[in-house]
Design a protein around this ligand. Structure first.
Ligand SMILES: Cc1cc2nc3c(=O)[nH]c(=O)nc-3n(C[C@H](O)[C@H](O)[C@H](O)COP(=O)(O)O)c2cc1C
Length: 363
């Protein structure tokens, strides 16, 4: 059983934060195959303090979306302090601080992975977060800035000394960004250096690789990121694999297309039709990875309405199984199906910030 501070987690698998990806629909679709800790998208302390509506919407959650952590990005002590005070008004289970983001626009301002070069400042930021919140604080680290400055153990000791309750350890340097191989040995060294839980990250792309991560590093948990893109079944399959099942059950096309429809409906409910469909385009491609679809993916990138995207999902079913298309007529709209999904997810339409203590906010 993985526990972070007083928070006991139902699974050692965590859905990692991914900027531009980890919105509520994405979290909820993954949660239909597993129960465990998920994260919001990375929240800029600066944007939060300035009351950005886009940032506030990223804090939205519902009762089924638990346990939930929020991840903060910041580099200025006062801004970080104020952002934690704002976030303390919300009902998150964990507060994570990002010292791993490799983006130029982030590190050039002394945030994210730039903090790996300044362990003293990293500790100072973490101490501020720990001091200002009641919930357990975690940190996301990389192994170092580049291969000549691998300092994960020092960063981890600083984090522990600041009062952090668990470490998310991405086994790559900032210079590697998301490429190159993951360094299992440095994650193991970090695990052996601190007594707080280590949740390892990096190439957790299949049940076998996740199992390898546990074995090679001795970590307490594994954070799944790219492996969950268009593949929420990775959680179910990994649980089966770790439980000793020889051949975990892969989803069939019907389960894939049904999940795509649910994900699309969640997107439309949460973001509205225009943005919801647009955001779903990349997921269409991820869900159908490896399928021979005769130009369907290109058409998905041009889809604008919910109905259009639903039809393309139906076509996935037809093209991959050779079955009959159940769309009533060439120009007919899937009214009943849309209406049923709309009803199911209507709560999300007026979601606002339902996880804020004391009620909804109109964002
Ligand atoms: C599109 C994308 C966005 C990401 N955004 C964040 C983020 O906001 N915060 C964070 O800590 N890590 C972020 N990550 C890193 C992942 O959480 C994870 O550590 C990394 O992808 C390594 O895991 P993987 O190789 O299994 O994908 C992001 C990764 C991707 C691919």
């Amino acid at each position: 059983m993985l526990s972070i501070g007083q928070v006991r987690l139902p699974s050692a698998l965590v859905l990692a934060p991914m900027a531009g990806i980890s919105d509520m629909p994405f979290r909820l679709i993954n949660r239909s195959f597993w129960r465990g800790l998920a994260f919001t998208e990375m929240i800029s302390a600066n944007s939060l303090v300035h009351g950005s509506k886009k940032t506030l919407k990223m804090l939205s959650s519902v009762a089924d979306d638990r346990p939930l952590g929020v991840q903060i990005l910041g580099g200025d002590p006062e801004t970080v302090r104020r952002s934690v005070d704002i976030l303390s008004g919300y009902d998150f289970d964990i507060m994570d601080f990002n010292a791993a983001c490799p983006a130029n626009k982030v590190v050039s301002k002394g945030k994210g992975a730039a903090l790996l070069k300044e362990p003293g400042r990293l500790q100072q930021m973490l101490s501020i977060v720990v001091e200002r919140t009641q919930v357990p604080v975690t940190v996301k680290l990389r192994t170092g800035w580049d291969e000549t400055s691998v300092n994960a153990v020092e960063s981890a000791l600083r984090a522990r000394d600041a009062g952090v309750k668990a470490i998310f350890m991405h086994g790559r340097t900032r210079a590697q960004r998301y490429s190159g191989t993951v360094d299992y040995s440095i994650i193991r060294k970090v695990k052996e250096s601190v007594e707080i839980p280590i949740i390892a990250s990096g190439d957790a792309l299949t049940p076998v690789l996740i199992s390898k991560m546990f074995e090679e590093t001795g970590c307490d948990g594994v954070a799944v990121a790219r492996g969950a893109l268009g593949n929420p079944w990775i959680f179910r399959m990994t649980a089966e694999h770790l439980g000793g099942k020889a051949a975990p059950i892969c989803p069939d096309v019907r389960e894939i297309t049904q999940t795509m429809k649910e994900h699309l409906a969640l997107n439309v409910a949460f973001h509205g039709q225009k943005a919801g469909v647009m955001i779903f385009r990349k997921f269409f491609s991820w869900y159908t990875k490896g399928m021979a679809l005769k130009g369907l993916k290109g058409r998905a990138f041009g889809a604008v309405t919910w109905d259009e995207m639903l039809r393309l999902i139906e076509e996935v079913q037809v093209l991959t199984t050779g079955g009959e298309c159940c769309i009533p007529s060439k120009h007919g709209t899937r009214f009943s199906e849309i209406a049923a999904l709309e009803k199911k997810y209507s709560g999300l339409l007026k979601c606002g910030i339902v996880c804020e203590r004391g009620g909804e906010d109109d964002v």
